[in-house]
Design a protein around this ligand. Structure first.
Ligand code: 13P
Length: 346
């Protein structure tokens, strides 16, 4: 794949009004999600649930790409096509999570480094054969007493850069995800400080590794008060702080920023994205790559019962549509008051 192809895939993933569905929960994470609705995490239940998401009529108006887990990229839909073929037939670009998870960083208590670089060149070649056109690697930075250390930020930034360079070599657009967790008592100012240090280290390493910035996307956290902080910043402050931090650290050559939701409620994540797009004046598309914030209501509506398929798909369609509106700054909480069941799809 040429640089031009990488750039056009990256741009298609942040097309106006659209964003990415992160459906790449690893086996332990999808089990946690299914546990919350009392459903066994069997291979068949996982396939059924993900097929439900991918075949939601009209969702492709708001969903440009889906990040898959290894198992899902190999699974077949009920009609015998692969799930990636199903997505492609709807004009949705399939992507793949390639990291092997965040593990304890030796010598740095309480901190993590993401593993998965060994053998990655060969895995990329196979994933491309299977239809993937972009990739995702998530680094995790924790805020706490005397952490993060620069050693942890550096180790994660370096791994992200090596992952991204290998992705582009294989013709896949790397989504670079350095997530500063919202867990903790820290203030929004501390989140801004740590996110700035993290993004600065990431872009320095990407440049050192000769990654073509135009052929990447950034998947950051929003700048939020820690979940347990006694003072919680409001929607407008979050939007302004997030834009300020990104403007200071993210090159204008990045085509798009696709936020993670990170444990925010679906409505709040959408409201934050909406407020940022209403402010505007930035060189990149501001979009979403939500996991929980797109799926929470769908999971509940499904509850593991195949007869709830319609309701579950309507719940997913509704959240996709709200986030699509937030891409233009056109979302309002009035959209939430519409009876989901009465939504007209299309
Ligand atoms: P959340 O939106 O649930 O944070 O998930 C996004 C994701 O892909 C995390 O790696």
């Amino acid at each position: 794949m040429s640089v031009a192809d990488l750039v056009s895939t990256a741009e298609a993933l942040v097309a106006k009004g659209k964003g990415i569905l992160a459906a790449d929960e690893s086996a332990p994470t999808i089990k946690k999600r299914f546990d919350s609705i009392g459903v066994d995490s069997t291979e068949d239940n996982r396939r059924f649930y993900r097929e439900l998401l991918f075949t939601t009529e009209g969702a492709s108006n708001f969903i440009s790409g889906v990040i898959l887990f290894d198992e899902t990229l190999r699974q077949l839909a009920g009609d015998g096509r692969s799930l990636s073929e199903v997505l492609l037939s709807e004009g949705i670009i399939p992507g793949i999570k390639v990291d092997a998870g965040a593990k304890d960083l030796a010598g740095f208590p309480g901190e993590k480094v993401t593993e998965g670089l060994d053998g990655l060149r060969d895995r990329y070649a196979e994933y491309r054969e299977l239809g993937a056109r972009f990739a995702k690697w998530r680094a995790v930075i924790t805020i706490g007493d005397a952490i993060p250390t620069s050693g942890c930020i550096q180790a994660n930034a370096h791994a992200l850069a090596r992952y991204a360079a290998l992705a582009q070599e294989a013709g896949l657009v790397p989504i670079v995800e350095p997530e500063v967790l919202m867990d903790g008592y820290h203030t929004i100012e501390r989140c801004a400080e740590v996110t700035t240090a993290t993004l600065d280290a990431v872009y320095k390493e990407l440049a050192e590794s000769r990654v073509v910035i135009e052929g990447t996307l950034l998947k950051p956290n929003m700048i939020l008060s820690g979940k347990s902080c006694s003072t919680q910043a409001g929607v407008q402050q979050v939007a302004e702080e997030t834009i300020r931090v990104l403007k200071g650290s993210v090159p204008a050559a990045v085509p798009g920023i696709v936020f993670l939701s990170g444990g925010q409620s679906p409505e709040v994540a959408t409201a934050h994205l909406n407020a940022m797009n209403a402010i505007g004046g930035v060189p990149w598309e501001l979009s979403f790559s939500f996991g929980r914030a797109l799926q929470e209501t769908t999971l509940k509506a499904w509850g593991g019962n195949p007869s709830n398929l319609d309701n579950a798909q309507q719940a997913f369609y509704h959240r996709a549509k709200c986030n699509g509106a937030a891409r233009f700054g056109d979302y309002s909480d009035k959209m939430e008051n519409t009876e989901v069941n009465s939504e007209v799809r299309g």
